[in-house]
Design a protein around this ligand. Structure first.
Ligand SMILES: [Zn+2]
Length: 419
């Protein structure tokens, strides 16, 4: 972990206190929301788990590296991240996966890569799932939907035999029609081609039927539409083995927040207010299990072409919890324990990620208020719709396997344990 030494304030020889020692001083408990803004409202949470990130290595290190992406993760309170397989080469066989695993060793937090569902993520031939199963967290073709129903069925059956989750990016290519943002009021008023909600939920609907047939463990990535929430809620009620995630931007923003900037360009797009409300309802009633960031860094140039021509994807690791805490918890919309569960035990349980909570945790000052400034991010990616948002909650320290992997400027861990 020699690279950690380059970070200001981190002394890797310093041994971290255990979570138990720190937790004694924690002012936050699931039953009591912290008071408005006293100084230093410290809270200790288990290390966050993000089952949907893009670390861009191997192949696209101009956008992000495993090192910069995992430093960003550590600064956001994460100890476990699962990078998607849209890298080069795509991990679709044991030799190709070896490249991803080699890159993953450069991380400062634990990295659990996905293997792809199909060769080259091309959707035509199922990958060598059997050859990769022991070294991947799950299988996904994230970045695109698997268009062919027969291919998806075969992938589900083979993943089930391996006891692995299939995580699906649901998108029907034939319904996209060159859209760049949600097909809604903003797109109509400003003359943008729209992406209809149906392009997402049609594939969710198809896959849920396949899951009923195959019995595979199925997880829907970045749910953004109310119809998807309804389909998943109904399937869960029928006992179908489905879980799903959404991302902070879909819970906190909608198309009325859009501006002509690459900061608002992601896939799926920000939907409308009724979708956002349905997602929050899904969080509250347990239909939505997991919050993932879909951290998807691109270069500044790739994000500089406005809504129409910027590449899809925004970063999220360094602002996810502060944005959610400020927008959903402090406002009383979602209980804090629900958000924490969706960022810790829920994804860990679904994806079989095992860790010791005593040596994997993050310390937050929930009373610290500041403005989200992407220019200070450790990620190479700087594009986020939360730029400039006034938030509460600063990550003061992240401990992964007993080692301090992030410490905020001027924070002294002994200050908490001694008080
Ligand atoms: Zn995706």
């Amino acid at each position: 972990m020699e690279h950690v030494r380059k970070l200001p304030g981190i002394d890797p020889s310093q041994s971290a206190p255990t979570a138990g020692e720190v937790r004694d001083e924690c002012l936050f408990s699931p039953d009591s929301r912290p008071a408005s803004s006293p100084e230093n409202e410290y809270a200790v949470f288990p290390g966050f788990v993000d089952v949907h990130v893009h670390l861009r290595e191997p192949g696209f290190s101009r956008k992000e590296t495993v090192l910069t992406g995992t430093l960003a993760a550590a600064a956001g309170g994460y100890t476990d991240v699962c990078p998607m397989p849209n890298v080069s080469p795509v991990p679709d066989s044991a030799p190709h996966l070896e490249e991803t695993l080699k890159a993953a060793r450069g991380g400062v937090v634990r990295v659990h890569p996905y293997g792809s569902l199909t060769v080259g993520e091309a959707g035509e031939v199922v990958s060598d799932l059997e050859g990769m199963a022991n070294s991947v967290v799950a299988f996904s073709d994230d970045g695109r939907g698997v268009q062919d129903e027969g291919v998806m069925r075969e992938a589900m059956l083979r993943a089930k035999a391996l006891c692995k989750v299939v995580a699906a990016h649901c998108e029907v290519n034939g319904l996209l029609r060159g859209g760049c943002i949600h097909e809604g009021k903003y797109a109509r008023e400003h003359g943008y081609p729209g992406i209809c909600s149906e392009s997402e939920w049609r594939e969710v609907e198809r896959d849920l039927e396949l899951v009923r047939d195959t019995g595979c463990a199925y997880h829907v990535c970045h749910v953004s539409t109310r119809e998807s929430v309804e389909l998943i809620r109904a399937a869960k009620a029928d006992g179908v083995d489905v879980t799903c995630e959404t991302a902070p931007h879909y819970l906190l923003l909608d198309d009325s927040d859009l501006r002509d900037s690459g900061d608002f360009k992601m896939n799926p797009p920000l939907r409308d207010a009724s979708d956002r409300e349905a997602l929050i309802a899904g969080v509250l009633d347990g239909t939505i299990d997991v919050i993932a960031t879909d951290h998807a860094p691109h270069t500044a140039e790739e994000k500089s072409r406005g809504l129409r021509d910027s590449l899809m994807g925004v970063v999220g690791l360094e602002c996810a919890f502060p944005a959610l805490y400020t927008g959903l918890v402090r406002t009383g919309i979602v209980p804090p324990e629900r958000i924490i569960r969706m960022m810790t035990s829920a994804p860990a349980e679904r994806f079989g990620i095992v860790r010791d909570p005593d040596t994997n945790y993050c310390v937050w000052d929930l009373g610290e208020e500041y403005e989200i400034d992407p220019d200070k991010f450790l990620s190479k990616g700087r594009s986020t719709p939360f730029r400039g948002m006034k938030v509460f909650g600063k990550c003061k320290m992240t401990v992964c396997d007993g080692r301090i992997v992030w410490i905020d400027d001027g924070f002294d861990p002994s200050e908490i344990t001694k008080r």
